[in-house]
Design a protein around this ligand. Structure first.
Ligand SMILES: [Fe+2]
Ligand SMILES: [Fe+2]
Length: 169
């Protein structure tokens, strides 16, 4: 695999792990505030992002390239509200989408078709994830200061279809 591409795949592994780390912190924040449904949903995201990292790790190894893990920065741990937390999650997902887009562009320039196939899957995944987070942000905006409405959403969230619902990913 091209050396620059290999480096970028390693960066992407770090970004997926940073996503997992951020969602775990968010899960803990929600749990500590008795938003157990939100916490369950965040934990599911933690798991999905860990799977994404593994998917990239396996791909790099299968291509005969080297995996080099990078240090993980501590995620942000203070949020003013569930809305602010979900807005952060949405901003983060958009950042990941942009990174995968940039990776796709590089792989495309290099004519690395195997990478394009993998990245195509991730681009589809990002559409789902952004849509699902955006939906929750919109609902939290409608809820505003209504704590009974927030409680209803908290009860409903764990049953909501996980963004990354494809089997085995
Ligand atoms: Fe991801
Ligand atoms: Fe994600």
């Amino acid at each position: 695999m091209d050396e620059a591409l290999q480096q970028r795949f390693n960066d992407q592994i770090a970004l997926e792990l940073a996503s997992a780390y951020a969602y775990l912190q968010m899960a803990a924040w929600c749990e500590a505030r008795d938003l157990t449904g939100f916490a369950t949903w965040m934990r599911a995201q933690w798991s999905e992002e860990s799977q994404h990292a593994l998917k990239f790790v396996d791909f790099v190894l299968d291509r005969g390239a080297e995996v080099e893990l990078q240090p993980l920065a501590a995620p942000r741990s203070d949020y003013a509200s569930p809305l602010e937390l979900m807005e952060q999650a949405h901003a983060h997902e958009r950042e990941v989408t942009a990174a995968i887009g940039a990776l796709y562009q590089l792989a495309s320039q290099l004519g690395d078709y195997a990478s394009l196939s993998l990245l195509q899957w991730f681009l589809g995944e990002q559409i789902e994830e952004e849509a699902s987070v955006r939906q929750i942000v919109a609902e939290l905006r409608m809820i505003g200061d209504d704590s009974s409405a927030l409680l209803l959403l908290d009860r409903e969230l764990p049953g909501r279809r996980s963004p990354a619902r494809s089997a085995g990913t």
